[in-house]
Unconditional design. Structure first.
Length: 315
């Protein structure tokens, strides 16, 4: 019902009232928050499922996606890391230089000795527990009369062999506790061919150095070391890097660098590292005086090495 200015009431059509209410609802919906889901009023057309309504015609959703991708082009491959510096901050403080001196009197001037030493006598290592014990390569300390450790902050200390396992080329040194943090440890089983890895050491006694490469294989073995599995990569393992850690892309120790593969022509290109699990297992048995079991990782050793034309030598 409506009222005229004269006060007389008049009857309006029910249909007119419904139309006014529908128009009011549409006006209200026009000012709703963008992105809000709105149910269409009774009688309005509903868009078909899986289609986009555009000014009176329907565009299939699949066609829309194809049109958008055509304008963008192919997605670029994952970019290589801009820098490994952030992840290295976790591991570098736990890496040490190992200097095997041939004369006992050289230990008295240990700081001077570490600055002028022959290549075969220098290597690297990393701290493996809170007692300060250090893992390194056994061949680095062969025939050493004195072992000097140089820490990341420049301090030096004398160390002594706690265990030497020559078949696996693993040695554990006893050194003062509290000189360096324990190295972060990862899982060698998580490595895949193509993953980034890093090697840290003191090549040729020049001081702390880092090299990067990729994993080539995770189950490399040789006839002479049938019971030992190696991680193969192309990081540089020059003299002074042996015994140092192999790090994954997150800065965790996943192996210990022990060898480089050199062709008969003298060209180096491949490096071998021991899985960190084997290194830590050897260290754990050190205090128990029990010969450590070799790490097999379920690999079979029936096929000869595919690199028979290469000579393997320790760096």
């Amino acid at each position: 019902m409506a009222t005229e200015p004269s006060g007389r009431r008049i009857r309006t059509s029910t249909t007119d009232g419904k139309r006014r209410r529908a128009a009011s609802r549409r006006a209200k919906n026009a000012f709703e928050e963008p992105g809000a889901v709105r149910r269409p009023p009774h009688g309005e057309a509903r868009p078909a499922r899986g289609r986009l309504v555009t000014r009176g015609r329907f565009l299939p959703a699949g066609a829309l996606a194809a049109a958008l991708l055509a304008g963008c082009g192919a997605l670029p491959p994952t970019a290589p890391p801009a820098s490994f510096a952030p992840v290295l901050t976790r591991a570098l403080p736990s890496v040490v230089g190992i200097y095997a001196l041939q004369r006992r009197e050289d230990c008295e001037g240990a700081d001077a000795a570490t600055r002028d030493i022959d290549e075969p006598q220098v290597g690297a290592g990393f701290v493996i527990d809170r007692e300060g014990r250090i893992a390194t390569a056994a061949h680095i300390i062969d025939e050493a009369e004195c072992i000097v450790v140089r820490y990341a902050d420049g301090r030096v200390a004398e160390a002594r062999p706690l265990v030497v396992d020559r078949p696996s080329d693993i040695a554990v040194l006893a050194a003062p506790a509290g000189m360096a943090p324990v190295a972060p440890v990862g899982r060698s089983a998580a490595l895949r061919p193509g993953d980034w890895v890093l090697a840290v050491g003191e090549p040729f006694g020049l001081g702390r150095s880092v090299s990067a490469g990729v994993v080539g294989a995770t189950d490399r073995h040789f006839v002479e070391d049938e019971e030992i599995v190696f991680i193969q990569s192309d990081v540089s393992v020059n003299p002074g890097v042996s015994g140092g850690p192999l790090l994954d892309g997150w800065g965790n120790v996943v192996g210990m660098n022990v060898r480089m593969i050199v062709s008969q022509a003298g060209t180096a290109g491949l490096s071998l590292s021991l899985p960190v699990e084997l290194v830590l297992r050897t260290a754990r048995h050190a205090s128990e005086q029990v010969p450590p079991a070799r790490l097999r990782l379920g690999a079979d050793f029936t096929d000869p090495s595919p690199i028979d034309s290469f000579a393997s030598r320790r760096s």
